[in-house]
Design a protein around this ligand. Structure first.
Ligand code: PMV
Length: 360
C-alpha cells in the first residue's frame, strides 16, 4: 500500500528524553477543501497561499516511560488547556501506526499563537502542523538518513490526519492538496508545493484578516465536512473545484488579477453556499461579514482596485491584494472596515514559505 512507506522500521533504541520546537504558519485556501471521505481524504483538490505572520509555535518535550496509554500535557501560553486534549488524543490515535514511539513517551506540549486566541482564524492548520513537525523530528533523529523531501511529505501526511488544511502549512508560498490530473505528483495523502508558473504579481500578495467574530464557531468544520455527505449539490461542487484548479493555474501563470478576484470570491461564497444548503442548514457569516463584502465591491467599483476577499469556515474576512495596494487598502480598512471588526481587530499578513524548525 502507498501508506506503508510512512511506517518506520522498528526502532532499536529510543532516547531517554529530548526537546524540539517548530513554528508553523496558517494558510488560506483559494480553491477550498470542503467535504472528505475515508481517513481525512479530500473530495476535491484545494490550493492555498501559505501565510507568514499568523503562526503557531510549539515546543515538545519528551521523556521515556513504560509503553502504555498516551500521556501528554498541553499548555497554551503557559496555561494548561484541557479543551485541546480530545483533538490531540484523536490525532495520536490516527498517527500512532506511523510514529510507533508515541506510547513510549510522556509529552509536554507548549504552544502559543501569534494571533489572538480563538480569533477564529485557522489555528488548527498551524497548530496541528507544528505538532506533527515536532513529533516527526523525533523520528528523524532516530533515522538521520531521512531525506528533506521525505520529511516534508510525511510531515504533511501526518498533519493531514490532525486537520485536513494543516497538510498545506508545511511549505509555501502556494500549496496544493488533493489529486488533480493537471498537477503531476498531487496526492490526496499529502500536500505539495505548487510548482507551476507563477506571475510576479502573485509573489508578494498580502492577506489582511478582519476579525469579525472571534468567538467559538457555532458549527465545527468536522460537522460541516460531514454534512457534504448526501448534500444535494456536493458532486457538482467537487467537479467545480477541479475545474477551478485548472482556471487558477492559468490565472497564476498569466497574472490575470481580475480573473483571480472572480475565482477567489466565487470559491469563498460557494463554500458558504454549501453551508446554507446543507441539511441541517446553517450560517457562519455575520451581518458584518456582508457589510465588508459590500464595501469591498463598492471600493473596487470606485477605484479599479484589485482587492478581493475570501472566507474560511467562519465570519472573518481575509482581504487579498497585491503589495502595491498595501497603503491604500490599509487606509480603506481604517476609514470604512474597522468598524465591522470585533474590538477593531485585524491582522496584517502576507504570503510565506512554510514551517521552520527553531534552534534551541
Ligand atoms: O482543516 P479543516 O478540516 O478544519 O477544514 C477547513 C476547510 C476550510 O478552511 C473551510 C477550507 C480550506 O480549504 O482550508
Amino acid at each position: 500500500m502507498q501508506i506503508d512507506k510512512y511506517v518506520p522500521e522498528v526502532y532499536t533504541s529510543l532516547p531517554e528524553k529530548g526537546s524540539v520546537s517548530w513554528e508553523s504558519p496558517s494558510n488560506i485556501a483559494l480553491v477550498k477543501y470542503w467535504g472528505k471521505y475515508g481517513e481525512q481524504l479530500p473530495k476535491n483538490t484545494s490550493l492555498s497561499f501559505t501565510l507568514s505572520n499568523c503562526k503557531t509555535t510549539t515546543k515538545l518535550q519528551y521523556t521515556k516511560k513504560e509503553e502504555g496509554d498516551f500521556s501528554f500535557e498541553v499548555r497554551l501560553d503557559g496555561e494548561l488547556e484541557p479543551d485541546f486534549r480530545p483533538k490531540i488524543e484523536t490525532f495520536f490515535k490516527r498517527i500512532e501506526a506511523y510514529l510507533p514511539f508515541l506510547r513510549s513517551y510522556h509529552f509536554e506540549i507548549e504552544t502559543s499563537n501569534s494571533f489572538p486566541h480563538s480569533s477564529g482564524i485557522a489555528s488548527s492548520a498551524s497548530g496541528m502542523s507544528a505538532l506533527a513537525l515536532c513529533l516527526l523530528s523525533i523520528e528523524r533523529d532516530l533515522n538521520p538518513e531521512m531525506t528533506d523531501a521525505f520529511f516534508k511529505e510525511k510531515a504533511s501526511f501526518l498533519s493531514r490526519l490532525g486537520s485536513g488544511s494543516a497538510s498545506r502549512s508545511i511549505q509555501g508560498p502556494l500549496v496544493v492538496w488533493g489529486e488533480h490530473h493537471a498537477i503531476p505528483n498531487s496526492s490526496n495523502l499529502f500536500a505539495t508545493q505548487y510548482d507551476g508558473e507563477v506571475h510576479p504579481i502573485f509573489k508578494n500578495y498580502q492577506d489582511t484578516v478582519l476579525l469579525v467574530d472571534v468567538g467559538q464557531k457555532k458549527v465545527s468544520s468536522t460537522v460541516g465536512h460531514n454534512l457534504m455527505h448526501n448534500h444535494p449539490y456536493a458532486e457538482s461542487r467537487f467537479a467545480q473545484a477541479q475545474e477551478n484548479i485548472v482556471k487558477l493555474q492559468a490565472i497564476l501563470e498569466s497574472g490575470d488579477v481580475d480573473g483571480f478576484v472572480k475565482l477567489v470570491e466565487s470559491e469563498a461564497l460557494t463554500l458558504h453556499a454549501m453551508m446554507l444548503t446543507s441539511m441541517p442548514y446553517y450560517i457562519l457569516m455575520s451581518p458584518n461579514t456582508l457589510q465588508i463584502i459590500e464595501a469591498i465591491w463598492e471600493y473596487r467599483e470606485a477605484t479599479g482596485s484589485k482587492l478581493c476577499f475570501t472566507l474560511d469556515a467562519g465570519a472573518n474576512v481575509h482581504l487579498l491584494y497585491p503589495k502595491a495596494e498595501k497603503d491604500a487598502v490599509l487606509e480603506l480598512i481604517k476609514d470604512k472596515l474597522v468598524v465591522y471588526c470585533q474590538k477593531g481587530q485585524y491582522l496584517c499578513d502576507n504570503i510565506g514559505l512554510g514551517a521552520k524548525k527553531i534552534a534551541q
